[in-house]
Design a protein around this ligand. Structure first.
Ligand SMILES: [Zn+2]
Length: 267
């Protein structure tokens, strides 16, 4: 069942209703209260913003935990983020099984999302990307740390997940199974950001708007840090400064969101 933007129940005949009820009894993952259309709208807009801001390209994805069922999440079918519409948004249980694919193909790496939602009840939205300026920090032992207050969410520097520790030395680098997703989520711990060696990064937050903020400013901070390293040894925010700045900025995400949203609306 595709999610309806207006939130209405789909029209079903009597036979379909009974079949649906039986299916719901046999397979609890099926059938759902539709997500809030405003959440779907934010998710669609977020996909476009992340492309517009250079965080994702043809690859990368953003999910949101279902607002009416914490054991489900919403994620686009496998496609370029900038082209996502409401009809492309699929619903998954936390084992990353689609509740109704309707012939749509899910992202191979959806397990990143499901396994983090399982162990992080505070997380309501997740971005996975291969944003280019972050990669040098994932592939070296140089820590990514907050260069200014906007990136306070980086704390004392994100952990780095190396897929070799779970998949050995001949994987295709993708988080294509529950086991790999579980290992990645464990490596992330309570961090807001996780770097993935030879791959990219993950951002987590309490809302779609907050996670877009974090994904964008992780990329911006990486660029700034690389520039600073060319000049000398950067002096980063310490942990107390980073925590205080993150608390302040968490109350200010609506301002850049409005700007980023307007940019993609006029394109
Ligand atoms: Zn990836």
């Amino acid at each position: 069942m595709k999610i309806c933007l207006c939130g209405c129940a789909p029209r079903m005949g009597r036979r379909s209703l009974i079949a649906g009820a039986l299916a719901a009894t046999a397979v609890p993952a099926v059938a759902a209260v539709p997500a809030d259309p405003r959440l779907i709208d934010d998710l669609v807009v977020a996909n476009r913003i992340l492309y517009d801001q250079g965080v994702v390209d043809g690859f990368g994805h953003i999910s949101a935990r279902h607002d009416k069922d914490p054991n489900r999440y919403l994620l686009s079918r496998s496609m370029a983020p900038a082209l996502v519409t409401a009809d492309d948004i699929m619903e998954f249980d936390l084992d990353s099984n689609p509740t109704d694919s309707s012939g749509r193909t899910p992202y191979l790496e959806r397990f990143i999302h499901g396994e983090i939602y399982k162990v992080r009840p505070d997380v309501m939205a997740i971005v996975h990307s291969h944003s280019p300026a972050v990669l040098p920090f994932a592939d070296t032992h140089t820590p990514l740390k907050p260069m200014n207050h906007i990136a306070g969410f980086l704390g004392s520097g994100p952990p780095v997940f190396d897929i070799r520790s779970t998949a050995g030395d001949a994987s295709d680098m993708l988080i294509r199974s529950k086991d790999l997703g579980r290992a990645l989520a464990k490596s992330m711990g309570q961090s807001q950001i996780l770097l993935m060696r030879g791959h990219g990064s993950v951002a987590a937050a309490q809302s779609v708007r907050h996670v877009v903020f974090r994904a964008i400013y992780t990329e911006v901070n990486a660029r700034t840090e690389l520039q600073a390293m060319a000049l000398g040894k950067p002096v980063f925010l310490n942990e107390k400064e980073a925590a205080a700045a993150m608390k302040t900025n968490d109350g200010l995400v609506e301002r850049p969101w409005a700007l980023w949203k307007q940019r993609v609306a006029t394109k």
